[in-house]
Design a protein around this ligand. Structure first.
Ligand code: NAD
Ligand code: TDX
Length: 332
């Protein structure tokens, strides 16, 4: 199997490339990544160069993506602008990469008749009330809130249309919030850990009661591999690990694990349009594909993640100042 992984120099894509090379000794992985501010080639350090190569290119580049897709058996499409806060200040890269980029991937996949797995998010379903007994299922209507989630929803709809109209061999997964090593410091958990490491206080948006459904990145990668190998063509699978926690609980846990007072955080301005709660019902992938999360102890997963950021200061230091100056400009 020769696999093209778009966005494979980012947080989840690089984890997936590593997991695939470990789990499938006869597979070859080609990472295709534009190396935006979020991409980092060192995330791929140490991969076996006999079974791995890297192409620096943009998914919106019609001829480059066409050539790369032609050379493989299957494509896993991670490449996206991924941060909600950035989508609120500059939506264009989200429209371009997430919608036009996915369209280019679809054109190439259709032309060369290749298997595609499209990576999406639970945010396409909008948000839930805190006391809503329902969780997101593959039948939940799309109702995205932000420029980020609406462009991801648009990309999913394009994939669905290409399946129905052109019969491409594709699957989609919508996963909840990931955490783990190599996540950019703009995101919630790494931002708080690195704020503490730099001697500042964690920053909670609004009242801190918004709920996210946390999953370890390695569990997400194993779910994607299960869908790629055993998923039913044309289907959508939701990936989640029953990890609902509100943001205040997560910040308090990070502080406790880092030897600080659990109340030693500050409230900052809320994110405009801030989704209240996400929650995934993963019954379909559990029952149809037998996938189950391995990291069921969030406290231990968080402890390991804190350890990684402590030990890899040189990896995050260069992103940190730029990221915090962007947050300062928007008052968060
Ligand atoms: P990330 O921002 O860490 O990585 C994105 C990668 O895509 C980077 O390496 C970047 O250089 C690359 N990229 C961006 N634009 C590109 C372009 N035009 N052409 C080629 N490469 C480009 O993101 P992530 O958190 O790893 O998310 C990966 C995917 O998973 C995204 O599709 C995202 O929507 C989805 N997702 C993320 C989460 C989460 O919690 N992080 C949850 C569910 C789904
Ligand atoms: O400093 C912060 N303080 C804070 O309270 C930051 C950066 C975030 N937050 C809150 C906002 C959210 O309620 O924490 C929660 C998580 O925030 P993000 O890490 O920005 O993630 P979210 O907006 O939930 O989206 C993430 O999960 C779904 C990923 O970034 C998306 O790519 C994925 O699709």
């Amino acid at each position: 199997m020769r696999l093209l992984v778009t966005g494979g120099a980012g947080f989840i894509g690089s984890n997936f490339a590593r997991v695939v090379l470990e789990q499938r000794p006869d597979w070859h992985v080609i990472v295709y990544d534009a190396l935006t501010y979020a991409g980092n080639k060192t995330n791929l350090d140490g991969l076996d160069s006999n079974r791995f190569n890297f192409i620096q290119a943009n998914v919106c580049d019609e001829s480059a993506i066409n050539e790369a897709v032609a050379s493989v058996d299957a494509v896993v499409h991670f490449a996206a602008e991924s941060h909600n806060d950035n989508s609120l200040t500059s939506p264009w890269p989200f429209v371009n990469t997430n919608i036009i980029g996915t369209y280019r991937v679809l054109e190439a996949v259709q032309k060369h008749q290749k298997r595609l797995h499209h990576i999406s998010t639970d945010e396409v379903y909008g948000d839930l009330e805190l006391d809503d007994p329902a969780k997101f299922t593959p039948q939940t209507p799309y109702n995205p809130s932000s420029p980020y989630s609406s462009t991801k929803a648009s990309s999913d709809l394009l994939v669905r249309a290409w399946i129905r109209s052109f019969g491409i061999q594709a699957t989609i997964s919508n996963c909840s919030n990931n955490y783990g090593p190599y996540q950019h410091v703009e995101k919630f958990i790494p931002r708080q850990i690195t704020e503490i490491l730099e001697g500042r206080k964690p920053k909670l948006y609004g009242n801190g009661q918004n709920v996210r459904d946390w999953i370890h990145v390695e569990d997400h990668s194993m779910g994607i591999l299960a869908i790629l190998e055993r998923g039913k063509i044309g289907e959508t699978y939701l990936i989640g690990a029953n990890g609902e926690k509100n943001n205040q609980e997560v910040v308090e846990l990070i502080l406790e694990l880092m030897g600080k007072e659990p109340s030693d955080y500050e409230h900052v301005n809320d994110r405009p349009g801030h989704d209240l709660r996400y929650a995934i019902d993963a019954t379909k992938i559990n029952e149809e594909l037998g996938w189950r999360p391995k990291y069921t102890d969030f406290k231990q997963g968080l402890k390991d993640t804190i350890g990684w950021y402590k030990n890899n200061e040189e990896w995050w230091k260069s992103q940190k100042a730029k990221t915090e100056s962007r947050y300062k400009e928007i008052g968060r």
